[in-house]
Design a protein around this ligand. Structure first.
Ligand SMILES: Nc1ncnc2c1ncn2[C@@H]1O[C@H](COP(=O)(O)OP(=O)(O)OP(=O)(O)O)[C@@H](O)[C@H]1O
Ligand SMILES: [Mg+2]
Length: 292
């Protein structure tokens, strides 16, 4: 039995009687510091207001992003699942509005070095997220590191955060280029949508999208969608300072209203149905397939 078959069996076994799979949305960017974690956390708030149970998976092993923004410190991280047998339920910390979050911690960096058996343990526990959440939002690190690409290749739905800074646009392009050339990238089953963050107004965001999309279409033959804009907003920066999502801190702020609208678009019937879903189990299966 090859590794992929072995893993499929583990997951199949685990999924018996569990029909539900979570919608997995991965938030990424080419350049760091462009607003990924704010997108992840505020979309989580708005999805929750729309009646969804949301868990954020902090896959950025650099700085502890989500926990700082939520002002809550998790007791465990993904590494505890792999090495100590901690259950996934214990690893999920409850943040405001009952939004769960999981810190990848050093577990993320070790993902590519796990033995087959350790991957099995992880898959077995992570599939339970499909029953615990309607939506899992994955906040990745920035840039074209191998691990970030692995996460993107394993995702069916990717939100690419870009700002008007020239370096953000070129780094977004480089990221899409690396992704499109990845041997396991499945263009047919992956929806990638750009969010224009920190723009002055909607037209600026649309222009930003058109600029990026023109080169992406010409040189990468990739279909890049446009989710919408988030304005540059002092209220958001202030909310970060007090470690609270702007959508909770000030629901009427310009950026909060933008996040509410983006969440609405993502939740509309057409959008949520056209996205191919395989849940966290499928996500990890794909991740594991990348291993030799
Ligand atoms: N729409 C916005 N309006 C004003 N400031 C913003 C906006 N979006 C992001 N920022 C500022 O940018 C900072 C970085 O945002 P955030 O932490 O979400 O980025 P990130 O992409 O997750 O960064 P990293 O790559 O380090 O994880 C925020 O602390 C905030 O000050
Ligand atoms: Mg971040």
């Amino acid at each position: 039995m090859d590794q992929a078959t072995e893993l499929r069996n583990i997951v199949k076994h685990n999924n018996q009687g569990t029909k539900k799979v979570a919608r997995v949305i991965t938030v990424t960017s080419g350049k760091g510091g462009v607003g990924k974690s704010n997108v992840a956390i505020n979309l989580a708030v708005e999805f929750t207001r729309l009646g969804q149970k949301v868990i954020i998976f902090d896959a950025d092993f650099g700085l502890a992003n989500i926990e700082v923004m939520f002002g809550a410190i998790p007791k465990h991280n993904l590494a505890d699942v792999i090495y100590k047998g901690t259950s996934i339920a214990e690893v999920v910390t409850q943040g405001p509005m009952d939004i769960g979050f999981i810190s990848g911690g050093c577990g993320i960096a070790q993902l590519s070095q796990l033995s087959m058996q350790q991957v099995g343990v992880l898959v077995n526990s992570i599939v339970t997220l499909d029953t615990m959440a309607d939506i899992v939002i994955i906040d990745t690190g920035a840039g074209i590191s191998g691990t970030v690409l692995e996460f993107l290749v394993a995702s069916n739905e990717v939100l690419l955060v870009t700002t008007p800074e020239p370096t953000s646009i070129t780094d977004s392009y480089s990221l899409l280029k690396s992704l499109s050339r990845h041997e396991r990238f499945d263009a047919q089953n992956t929806v990638i949508k750009m969010i224009a963050n920190r723009v002055d107004d909607t037209p600026e965001g649309q222009q930003l999208y058109q600029k990026l999309n023109a080169v992406v279409r010409t040189y990468l033959k990739l279909d890049l969608g446009f989710l919408g804009v988030v304005p540059n907003d002092q209220q958001l920066a202030r909310a970060v300072m007090v470690q609270s999502p702007v959508c909770i801190q000030n629901p009427n702020a310009r950026s909060s209203r933008a996040f509410a609208s983006l969440a609405g678009v993502l939740m509309n019937k057409e959008d949520s149905q056209t996205t191919f879903r395989r849940g966290m189990s499928g996500f990890l299966m794909s991740f594991a397939r990348g291993r030799r």
